[in-house]
Design a protein around this ligand. Structure first.
Ligand code: DX5
Ligand code: ZN
Length: 217
């Protein structure tokens, strides 16, 4: 199944409950939550109090993307706040294998995100215990950036690695996803599509989510 995951980062935080309810009513499968620490990435987004509101109102699978250094310090907190999937950055983990095990021990799905400069080959020895790989198609830190075209190549390479390893890992694309690139990304092997600005800054987010979903079949 192909999955649409609207990114709450682009929502109107003055209307947080309504924005979450819009996603609840939509064809989206997951809700993507970007946590930034101002150290790993040059921006600070939102944290625990916002996730409490999300947990209270969302009916979707919560896909938590940690753009923070030493994410192992907070895994249990995010699990308690309702995270179904916890994704850490390969670049932020000294002991990535251990961190993935810790996520799984909490009962969550374990994801690894790769910055645009990080080759997919770094994951060859953890793919078997990775439920999701998030390919960053922009440099992490901000919504609304331009999609990096090299992502198609990385997606194809990663898909090949997953098939060869006989793994069930999902490929998620995060950054600059829109109605023009989503079909090609899907054909390249991607499974999960994060969309922030393209959904929340549109006139009719419900229709846009439906449009994206239709394009991935
Ligand atoms: C970027 C975040 C993305 C972001 C995507 O650092 O990880 O999830 O919200 O937003 P758009 O779709 O606007 O590029
Ligand atoms: Zn993200």
């Amino acid at each position: 199944m192909k999955i649409i995951a609207p990114s709450l980062l682009a929502a109107d935080f003055g209307q947080l409950k309504q924005e979450i309810e819009m996603v609840n009513q939509s064809q989206a499968d997951w809700l993507h939550l970007d946590i930034m620490d101002g150290v790993f990435v040059p921006n600070i987004s939102f944290g625990m109090p916002v996730l409490e509101v999300v947990q209270k109102h969302s009916t979707k699978i919560l896909d938590v993307h940690l753009m923070i250094m030493q994410p192992e310090r907070y895994l249990a907190d995010f699990q308690k706040l309702g995270a179904n999937i916890i994704t850490v950055h390969q670049e932020a983990c000294t002991h990535l294998h251990r961190t993935l095990q810790q996520i799984k021990d909490l009962g969550c799905k374990a994801g690894v995100a790769l910055n645009p400069h990080t080759p997919v080959s770094v994951l060859s020895d953890v793919l078997y215990c990775t439920d999701l790989v998030c390919l960053m198609s922009v440099n992490p830190g901000f919504g609304g950036q331009k999609f990096i075209e090299n992502t198609y190549k990385k997606t194809k390479e990663l898909k090949k690695m997953i098939i060869e390893a006989n793994a069930n890992t999902l490929i998620e694309i995060d950054g600059g996803v829109n109605a023009d690139n989503i079909s090609l990304l899907s054909e390249a092997g991607a499974d999960v599509f994060v969309a922030g600005n393209f959904v929340f800054k549109s006139k009719n987010p419900l229709e846009v989510i439906q449009e994206l979903k239709n394009k991935i079949g």
